[in-house]
Write a protein that binds this ligand. Structure first.
Ligand SMILES: Cc1cc2nc3c(=O)[nH]c(=O)nc-3n(C[C@H](O)[C@H](O)[C@H](O)COP(=O)(O)O)c2cc1C
Length: 512
């Protein structure tokens, strides 16, 4: 046994950035080795989807189905911008990705009786098309591989997210697994919201027999593996309006593992978080989540937040526009954010029930948000003292834990990225790994990072709609963040989102 930590605790510890180890690690990137972020199929039938995007006022039910699927895929992961680098253009997608490396692949599985012939499809982002690479019935095998998830008994369409490890590991080495799961979470956030825009409900499935799912899609599992599934319920079909379904199952906890060389840690950790047994199945009931604020510090300022939803317009038109124009901000001006805008950002991200009236899913699927805490470093927000706050979601208040302007320190903690220095607000998602692993085994590590990315995507979209700048940060000095900001030591930092004023602001956004 290497030590008393479980494999994902060991992974987390080993992949922490620290001022000393990071300085030793610095190495130039060999761009000739960078994997291509697309998958080609030699066989299969291409199905173009572009034409369906523009169809308006369709009444033909089959065309409506094609249009829904085409819009869903495009708004989730389609190409929305291009950077014309001379040697090779970089195509940017609707979902952000650490380093623009796009480890995630998106597949569609069709059961019988849908507008799509049954079988397996890969979403080809460059051409916004599907490639039908397997045309047999696989739905029963999918249900078995997903341990009889109740949503698959009624639906006939599913999305699958797989990840190609080397696309991200090429640059970020073993730490890439964190970013791979965060990227996937952003993509799941888009899928959840785009699904609502297209009258689908995305039922998230995180517990499945990994090797069966990988085999189902013909993946070489030492290179690419399924990481999340989504059963797509068509809300225009009464029978598919299902009650909430469970999203996750536990894996074992592995404490007995061999010494692992650098470079071997990522794949070993992913494999060790697999579910290999068919003996557990989903129950039709969802577990009762606590929904309690974890921290209530006896000292410090408490700031109540007003909870006003962002109006997304008729048929969520502004949400669609926002998804398609979202970009990660490359620079902030250092100017302040208003407290009202901070409230809007938090309202959209953490209070989904408020958005039901606008046609959004009021109870979107996450894995387990009870396990994730939010801390907010306020650098410059009008009418709010600088410092670090715990965000008590249930009480809707900010609870100050340190009062100081951390601008200089945050620049350093974010590996000297100027985004960390010039932001107005920096938000940290954290979790107690030991508690999470006690609940869900080592697979909790996937769930936590995907949920953190999912929350990050909601923050991204709210910020873009409000004409603010936003960017995720996946590289930071882990332990030092806790020490400097006063975040309890047992809270492992999963992800950082920076928010602030971008250099150019377009016309003011609709607020209320
Ligand atoms: C998980 C994650 C981590 C990221 N980390 C950083 C970062 O540390 N620094 C940075 O400048 N951008 C970071 N980004 C932003 C990406 O560089 C950006 O998403 C990518 O270049 C694609 O551009 P787009 O978001 O405008 O589509 C991150 C994004 C994600 C999803």
């Amino acid at each position: 046994m290497a030590d008393a930590l479980s494999i994902t605790q060991h992974y987390h510890q080993r992949t922490k950035y620290d001022p000393e180890t990071l300085a030793q690690r610095g190495r130039p990137l060999d761009f000739s080795q960078q994997p291509i972020p697309y998958k080609d199929y030699k066989f299969g039938t291409p199905i173009p989807l572009k034409d369906y995007l523009e169809l308006e006022n369709q009444t033909d039910p089959i065309l409506v189905q094609w249009q829904k699927l085409s819009r869903l895929l495009y708004c989730s992961y389609g190409i929305t911008a291009v950077i014309p680098y001379p040697h090779q253009p970089l195509y940017l997608r609707a979902a952000p990705s650490a380093g623009g490396l796009y480890p995630a692949e998106l597949y569609v599985i069709a059961g019988s009786g849908t507008f799509l012939p049954a079988g397996l499809y890969n979403y080809q982002v460059r051409t916004h098309s599907l490639i039908h690479f397997w045309n047999s019935h696989v739905w029963s095998a999918l249900e078995a591989a997903c341990l009889w998830h109740p949503a698959l008994a009624t639906t006939q369409l599913a999305l699958v997210v797989s990840v190609v490890f080397q696309r991200s590991a090429w640059r970020y080495e073993d730490r890439a697994y964190r970013r791979i799961c965060l990227d996937t979470g952003h993509l799941l956030g888009n899928i959840e919201l785009a699904a609502s825009m297209c009258d689908f409900k995305a039922h998230l499935i995180g517990g499945f027999v990994d090797h069966q799912c990988n085999q189902l899609l013909y993946l070489e599992s030492d290179q690419e593996a399924v990481i999340a599934m989504v059963a797509l319920a068509d809300l225009l079909d009464v029978e598919q309006n299902l009650p909430p379904t469970p999203t996750l199952l536990p894996s074992p906890t592995l404490e007995d593992y061999p010494p692992l060389a650098d470079g071997a840690l990522l794949l070993y950790t992913h494999t060790a978080t697999s579910i290999e047994t068919e003996e557990i199945t989903y129950s039709s009931k969802i577990p009762a989540f606590l929904k309690e604020d974890k921290y209530n510090f006896p000292f410090g300022l408490k700031v109540p937040l007003t909870n006003t939803p962002i109006p997304w317009g008729e048929h969520l038109i502004h949400l669609k526009e926002t998804i398609l124009k979202r970009r990660s901000t490359r620079q902030f001006t250092g100017a302040p954010l208003s407290l009202a805008d901070l409230s809007y950002l938090l309202s959209f991200t953490y209070c989904p029930q408020q958005y039901r009236q606008q046609g959004l899913d009021g109870n979107p699927d996450f894995f387990d948000l009870d396990l994730i805490q939010t801390f907010i470093a306020v650098l410059d927000v009008t009418d709010l003292e600088t410092g670090c706050y715990y965000y008590a979601v249930q009480a809707q208040e900010l609870r100050q834990i340190r009062f100081k302007n951390f601008r200089r320190e945050l620049h350093y903690l974010c590996l000297s990225q100027d985004l960390g220095r010039d932001a107005a607000v920096i938000l940290f998602h954290t979790a107690d790994l030991q508690q999470a692993i006690a609940r869900y085994g080592d697979r909790a590590y996937r769930y936590l990072h995907m949920d953190a990315g999912h929350l990050g995507q909601r923050l991204n979209l709210a910020a873009i709609h409000l004409n603010l700048g936003v960017s995720g940060i996946g590289g930071f000095f882990d332990d030092q963040v806790n020490e400097v900001l006063g975040i309890p030591a047992e809270e492992a930092v999963l992800y950082i989102t920076t928010l602030g004023q971008p250099p150019q602001r377009s016309a003011p956004a609709a607020r209320d």
